[in-house]
Design a binder for this molecule. Sequence first.
Ligand SMILES: [Zn+2]
Ligand SMILES: [Zn+2]
Length: 390
Amino acid sequence: MKALCWHGKEKVQIDTVPDPAIQDPGDIILKVTSTAICGSDLHLYDGYVPTMQKGDILGHEFMGEVVDTGAGVRTLEKGDRVVVPFPIACGHCFFCAHDQFSLCDESNPNKSMLDKMYGHGGAALFGYSHLFGGFAGGQAEYVRVPYADVGPLKVPDSLSDEQVLFLSDIFPTGYGAVEEAGVKPGDTVAVWGCGPVGQFAIQGAWLLGAERVIAIDRVPERLELARTKGRAEIIDASKERVMDRLNELTGNRGPDLCVDAVGMEAHGVGTVDAVVDRVKQAVMLGTDRAHALREVVQACRKGGRVAVAGVYAGLIDKFPFGAAFGKGLTFTMGQCHAHKYLRPLLQRIQNGEIDPSFLITHRLPLDEAPAAYKTFRDKEDGCIKVVLKP
Ligand SMILES: [Zn+2]
Ligand SMILES: [Zn+2]
């Protein structure tokens, strides 16, 4: 089959590789019909995630048709059309039993590496380095999906791939960030970063009853999308002072809920890359760039809530912890427990409350993925979200 493979920093290419096969009774094989490039794939592309190996297949946002099932699979059969959440979860460990699927204790065969970094490591992810399990991703013609009775969600034929594909990650990740933070009717929600996750945090805030949504970014087309499709008030951080503007907009009180949908940024985790050899030492040196998060803490109202949807990996420097304490802030964060949002969000799509396909700016064949990574990384050609067709 053809697959998008990692070969080094800024080097991805379409290779011909062996077709995946059932390895465990709980597996299925999917023929991928649509897959997307995610902002977090850029950390791999830019060479900042340790434990990547030449030939690793990328991609954690994908859907397709079941073409083979392991002997133990009970809920799916050949021909079913499914979308797959990006964390791999066993469905029966302590964490899965508590709906904390991205913290699954069982799915990551390389968990001991993560244990060294974090004390306790979380779930495996598709196509996201050997630190996160070494599972092949879905930017390919076929993909093996383990624990098939736990993750994949059957989707109705009445909905197109483009309408349901983002259930794999960015829709639950953005929506889940504001839901976990307990957004309430009447809240003013401010969202830093109007990339795909930020756009879905904005949508989630409205769906959950926010009264006002304010969106902050520097990229004109992202702000424009937040204003038009997101119906948000916007702050252009390249032209305005964000703190001053937020105080102005909220009568000096600050937003009730602040969402960091920026994260560490692709440049911020370079020093974690020695992890395989000297995990602890590497982490001690690692510093994520946390500009957005610092601003979030300063801007949030006293007693407010901070939701961190952007990804952080290592240490952050000069974090205003005194401000967070002094203002009595509540933090929620982490990889989204995507599994638990699949059905409720599919229902919202079916009800016509949201059509996630509004985000797509580029539709390309899988063969053009190498060029698409570059276009997306460099934010060229108005690129916000790329969908690839194998
Ligand atoms: Zn993603
Ligand atoms: Zn589990």
